[in-house]
Design a protein around this ligand. Structure first.
Ligand code: BGC
Length: 441
């Protein structure tokens, strides 16, 4: 049996990622809470992982036990600015103590400023559909970054603007005031403006800041590579989902069928690219699915699927995503800001994790500038419209008793973080079924 270790460069960030609404609990003042109370989700976030009640301490201890050296978390706008004219200094102090808690544990924080939730007061004024959101977001960012700058230099302005806009304004799984293509595009444009304003504000406040956003990058393949219709719908969906934001940042122009929007000051506003990678879609032309420009996305039948078939284990996709990023922005540092799988019994997660880290290692060995990896997630948390039906944690959570139970993947990941790499022994111990794929003779 071959013995080897795939090593990563010194200083590589190994962490987990979370988001405020998914872990804090009792986030009653944002649009998601309302959406949950109105019955649109599979269960409600409730106490979530009770981080607001202080359980972040024990979970950060778990991250330390798991040898992680970084953690990505988000702050909740509606807590920091509960009304347009008030700041909650206690909330800011609580975030300061969380970040201090990370530092004390030797963990580097990355803070996301917007992860899907908006204060209710903003949402009731149509949120990201109106340009007024841009100065409002900038004001919130200035206040927050100024309060937290002592503890953080790595900032993610907005998480997955593409998913926020499409799931809310087109698909309808996320809350949105007015649905439709036009609204979705307006939201994307305002998020683009908001990101640029935040980027500049953060750099004004903190010289050493490194600022980016997190893109949900979704590789796509045509169902039948000879079919012009499959190829056409694939390419429309691919550019809509993946390219709008990145190409706007490259050029300062967001291109839409309804007309281009120029935001020259947004050009080049990123110090790193955050990549969230989960899976690859196959796209088939479907005349009935007008909402998604006549394309249907699915996983082929023989895919290695997660519990609820939400994710297919396609590790080459993370390599392809990194390759796309390097070609799009040569030399820009890349951070995998999310990658993970829902798997209550931890049957699939060990191989998903090992195979994805192996593909990331391949990319690193081309000297592509991948600087860190944040696994989604540290502990099971509230999965948006899917509620508690999906379990992404290295640690399982019983949300009723708040009891945490370690999954084997937590130990596998701890070994990787400690070793700064992936070894044949780890694969043999946790996921021998893919040993030959990862260590071929
Ligand atoms: C989101 C996370 C979410 C994860 C798994 C990502 O798109 O940023 O908030 O939990 O997917 O569904």
């Amino acid at each position: 049996m071959p013995q080897a270790t795939y090593h990563f460069p010194r200083g590589f960030l190994w962490g987990t990622a979370t988001a405020a609404h998914q872990v804090e609990g009792n986030n009653t003042n944002n649009q998601w809470w309302k959406w949950e109370q109105d019955g649109h989700t599979n269960g409600t976030s409730g106490l979530a992982c009770d981080w607001w009640g202080g359980r972040w301490r024990e979970d950060f201890d778990r991250a330390v036990e798991g040898r992680q050296n970084a953690h990505r978390l988000s702050v909740e706008w509606s807590r920091i600015q509960p009304t347009p004219d008030t700041w909650d200094e206690d909330a800011l102090e609580r975030y300061r103590s969380m970040l201090r808690g990370l530092h004390e544990r030797g963990i580097t924080p990355m803070v996301t400023l917007h992860h899907f939730t908006d204060p209710l007061w903003l949402y009731e004024r149509d949120g990201w559909e109106t340009e007024d959101v841009v100065p409002a977001f900038e004001k919130f960012v200035r206040k927050t970054v100024d309060a937290l700058k002592e503890y953080c230099t790595l900032w993610c302005t907005i998480n997955e603007p593409n998913i926020y806009a499409t799931y809310g304004y087109i698909v309808g799984d996320f809350p949105a005031r007015h649905r439709g293509w036009k609204a979705a595009m307006t939201v994307m444009v305002n998020m683009f403006r908001g990101h640029a304003a935040a980027y500049r504000a953060i750099h004004e406040i903190q010289k050493e800041a490194r600022v980016g956003y997190a893109l949900h990058y979704r590789p796509m393949v045509a169902h039948n590579k000879w079919s012009p219709l499959d190829n056409l719908t694939r390419s429309i969906q691919y550019s809509g989902v993946n390219l709008a934001f990145p190409s706007a940042i490259s050029t300062g122009i967001m291109k839409w069928p309804l007309g281009n929007v120029r935001v020259p000051e947004a050009k080049g506003t990123q110090d790193f690219l955050g990549l969230n990678y989960y899976s690859v879609d196959t796209v088939k032309f479907d005349i009935t699915n007008y909402k998604e420009v006549f394309g249907r996305r699915y996983y082929p039948e023989n895919s290695d699927l997660s519990d609820t078939k939400f994710i297919a284990n396609i590790p080459e996709g993370i390599f392809d995503s990194i390759k796309w990023a390097v070609r799009t922005y040569p030399d820009l540092p890349i951070i995998i800001t999310e990658n993970g799988v829902e798997d209550v019994n931890d049957h699939l997660r060990p191989r998903y994790l090992a195979q994805h880290v192996h593909q990331m290692w391949r990319a690193v060995n081309f000297n592509w500038p991948v600087k860190g990896y944040f696994h989604w997630s540290l502990v099971d948390n509230f999965e948006w419209e899917r509620g508690w039906t999906q379990r992404f944690g290295l640690w399982a959570l019983d949300e009723k008793t708040q009891k945490r139970t370690k999954r084997p993947s937590a130990d596998l990941y701890a070994e990787m973080c400690k070793e700064n790499g992936l070894s044949s022994e780890m694969v043999q111990k946790y996921c021998p079924e893919v040993f030959d794929k990862l260590f071929p003779v």
